[in-house]
Write a protein that binds this ligand. Structure first.
Ligand code: LLP
Length: 413
């Protein structure tokens, strides 16, 4: 469900006619619906209200400060993976005791900042990392909370680049080593091993892989001696959304599946959804520059490229393409491509699409997650503007970059 709806043939975000928004803010333009964003957060919160989990929105999915602030104001915590994300999280007003920090490669500086910032806990991915956090905690004279990220070795049934819970992946700690670390916990006097964490992948549309992983981790927790003092179970993110014809579990179906085992565990539950909250809350609007026909194909060349939305190029991901104004004249097969000098620069391939003309605008749907946050300046293209719609109003939440932004940090020698 989302708030991008067609009225009289025109695409709206909530009460805002997108053609009008484009004439004010230009293209390429990321447009977010505030109502969809908070709606998805509240849906998940509601589905799990029996256990009142801490829902830490995963900042990497879309890290715009206005998005973070909106969710934080609804009561969300934040899941971060870098010093930069910690900076954003604190700037958005998130209470530090609602911040959890994953990543296989936290640097000393990043650890120090998070220790000084008094976040809830680190999700720890290796023993060397534990040693570093332990050392830094000592330096600050603190006992720092950590959760062990368990690699449960389950198949998440998603794209191989976004599968993270197989034992061949770089993430987490296997069960045997986790058991050993917990047995040796007295060695880490400045660390309080208070939780277990898992995150098995992203865009997972079925409940089974989650259940298998949660069962494994909960079973592992039961096997620990009573004085291990584990209080938190962080089940990660990964809930899939509809891009095309997926039929993902709803928040309610997901909760029905996993609530019994979560309740039985007795732990405080933490979740880290990203895409589920913001994926369908955003679109990317782009304008057709040219329509080009070659002996074999038709290319719709638009002003957004793989630097704005890399998911199709990187994962072969599917995003629906919609005209801003409904069009007559039937459909025709075409590729939608950007201006970048790579054949991988496409937003859609071999699609039956309306007969877009030069100057028309189109919407690339479901671009709210891993859209802007994975964008770049490749080909020296200034990054797109972002707006947030609330009811009948659209506000700029990131101004379009200009050429000066491109060279801001460069030094001519
Ligand atoms: N927690 C951890 C530790 C994660 O690594 C991730 C995502 C999440 C939570 C949030 O996952 P979500 O609920 O959004 O699935 N760029 C890829 C997705 C990469 C996900 C990386 N980790 C894409 O565009 O599909």
């Amino acid at each position: 469900m989302h708030d991008f709806v067609r009225r009289n043939g025109r695409l709206y975000c909530e009460g805002v006619d997108l053609e009008k928004a484009v004439s004010e803010f230009g293209t390429p333009l990321f447009v977010y619906s505030r109502n969809t964003l908070t709606g998805h957060f509240l849906k998940l919160k509601d589905a799990f209200r029996e256990i009142d989990p801490l829902i830490c929105y995963s900042v990497k999915a879309n890290s715009n400060l206005a998005i973070l602030k909106t969710l934080v104001q609804e009561g969300a915590g934040l899941d971060i993976v870098s010093g930069g994300e910690l900076f954003r999280a604190l700037k958005s007003g998130c209470p530090p005791e609602k911040i959890v920090y994953a990543s296989v490669g936290k640097t000393d500086r990043e650890i120090e900042e998070a220790v000084a910032g008094k976040i809830l806990f680190f999700n720890v991915e290796s023993e060397p990392e534990m040693e570093r956090i332990g050392l830094i905690a000592r330096k600050y004279g603190r006992r720092v909370k950590i959760a062990l990220r368990i690699n449960p070795d389950v198949e998440a049934k998603t794209h191989k680049f976004i599968t993270t819970g197989k034992i061949t992946n770089k993430f987490g700690i296997d069960l045997d080593n986790a058991a050993r670390i917990i047995r040796l916990r007295a060695k880490y006097r400045s660390l309080d091993i208070c939780g277990l964490h898992m995150h098995i992948g992203s865009q997972i549309t079925e409940g089974e892989p989650f259940l298998a992983a949660i069962n494994k981790v909960a079973g592992f927790a039961r096997s620990l001696s009573a004085d291990a003092d584990i209080r938190y179970l962080n089940i990660g993110g990964g809930l899939g959304i509809i891009y095309d014809r997926e039929n993902p579990q709803t928040a309610l179906a997901f909760s029905r599946k996993v609530l019994p085992v979560l309740k039985k565990s007795g732990f405080k539950i933490i979740m880290e959804p990203g895409r589920f909250i913001c994926g369908n809350a955003g679109i990317l609007v782009s304008r057709v520059i040219y329509v080009k026909r070659t002996p074999l194909k038709k290319f719709i060349i638009v002003d957004a490229g793989m630097n704005d939305l890399i998911r199709p190029a990187l994962y072969g991901a599917f995003h629906r393409i919609e005209p801003l104004k409904s069009m007559r004249g039937g459909l025709e097969r075409a590729d939608v491509v950007g201006p970048i000098c790579e054949s991988g620069d496409f937003l859609a391939k071999d699609r039956e699409l309306p007969r877009f003309k030069q100057g028309d605008c189109l919407a690339v749907m479901s671009a709210g997650a891993y859209g802007f946050s994975m964008s770049s300046n490749y080909n020296s293209r200034p990054r797109a503007a972002e707006i947030m719609v609330r009811g009948n109003h659209a506000v700029l939440i990131r101004r379009r970059e200009d050429y000066a932004d491109l060279v801001r940090n460069e030094i001519v020698v």
